[in-house]
Design a binder for this molecule. Structure first.
Ligand code: AMP
Ligand code: ZN
Ligand code: FE
Ligand code: FE
Length: 286
């Protein structure tokens, strides 16, 4: 079964993980340490709609003798569904990326406050200032931050409960956020010199939709290895990628205490893919 392959040789990296720059609980420097402890070759973070944590990660990687390339997970829209696109090995000083981050991070900040107002109207006593600790430069605010506050205040027993009852799509405190189309997100990654990969294809629960969008846009790869995939899902998407000569990637989607269902360093990508991504970053002279 493909999903159980262990890579004995070649480059190792966890290509999907979140830091404190979005909804993860480990700083980029702590993620670099985890990569070191696991014996990986490269440290990567893929925060929601922000690559600002990559600067800290780059320094931490260097101090730990690890390689580094940039990463991001962009929330986009396709046929009214939320689709996540991973971007790798793009230039961190790309003007398209910087203006995207400026616009989307501000929109996410406004949206978190609108959702908080809805929660207050529902009777929850959470002050607007409660979001302040997360409102740091370059940080992407999201629903998990609100869920965490609700757990801290003991209004819910778990973040999952906060989502199911109040924060999930269509629930009473939900507010949608500004998202680019898949086409715009892919264009942004390419304009910035990066490689675009469709994240967790099986999570959309619609293989036809995934194939439609893969055929329509110039997405370079697909995340066939993912913490929550069954072996048969991984085999399916790895075969799909191989037929179309797409890059196969994988990662844990580690969030630390932000989402405890997965641990760092599982569902790794094939070493060849890690090497291709690293070479792309090096081609930018970084
Ligand atoms: P946002 O981008 O702000 O809409 O938040 C999306 C994030 O919320 C995703 O990255 C997930 O990690 C998290 N999330 C979505 N649904 C749930 C859920 N039911 N339980 C816990 N976390 C969730
Ligand atoms: Zn997340
Ligand atoms: Fe995702
Ligand atoms: Fe993710």
């Amino acid at each position: 079964m493909v999903a159980l392959f262990l890579y004995a040789v070649g480059m190792k990296a966890d290509l999907h993980c979140h830091s404190t720059y979005s909804d993860g609980s480990y700083t980029p420097s702590q993620i670099a340490l985890l990569a070191k402890e696991k014996g990986f070759d490269v440290a990567v973070v893929t925060d929601h709609d922000t690559a600002r944590g990559c600067l800290e990660l780059k320094n931490a990687a260097r101090s730990n003798n690890l390689e580094f390339f940039s990463g991001i997970e962009i929330s986009s829209l396709y046929e009214n569904k939320s689709v996540h696109l991973l971007g790798y090995s793009f230039r961190l000083d790309s003007s398209s990326l910087l203006s995207f981050e400026k616009r989307v991070l501000e929109a996410r900040r406004r949206r978190a406050h609108s959702m908080l107002i809805k929660l207050q109207k529902l009777g929850f006593s959470i002050d607007q200032d409660a979001l302040l600790p997360f409102e740091k430069e370059g940080v992407s605010l999201g629903r998990p931050h609100l869920a965490r506050l609700m757990v801290e205040k003991k209004y819910v027993l778990s973040m999952q409960e906060a989502f199911v009852r109040y924060l999930g799509e269509g629930k009473s405190a939900y507010v949608p956020h500004e998202r680019p189309s898949v086409e715009e997100a892919v264009q942004l990654i390419h304009e910035s010199g990066g490689i675009a990969v469709l994240a967790h294809p099986q999570l959309y629960k619609n293989r036809k939709l995934v194939k439609r969008l893969m055929e329509r846009y110039s997405i370079d790869g697909i995340e066939a290895f993912y913490c929550r995939f069954r072996g048969e899902d991984t085999s399916y998407w790895a075969a799909y990628a191989s037929e179309r000569k797409l890059l196969v990637t994988g990662g844990s989607d580690f969030h630390g205490a932000g989402k405890e269902e997965t641990e760092y360093g599982v569902s790794l990508a094939p070493p060849d893919s890690v090497e291709i991504l690293l070479e792309r970053m090096k081609a930018h002279g970084v």
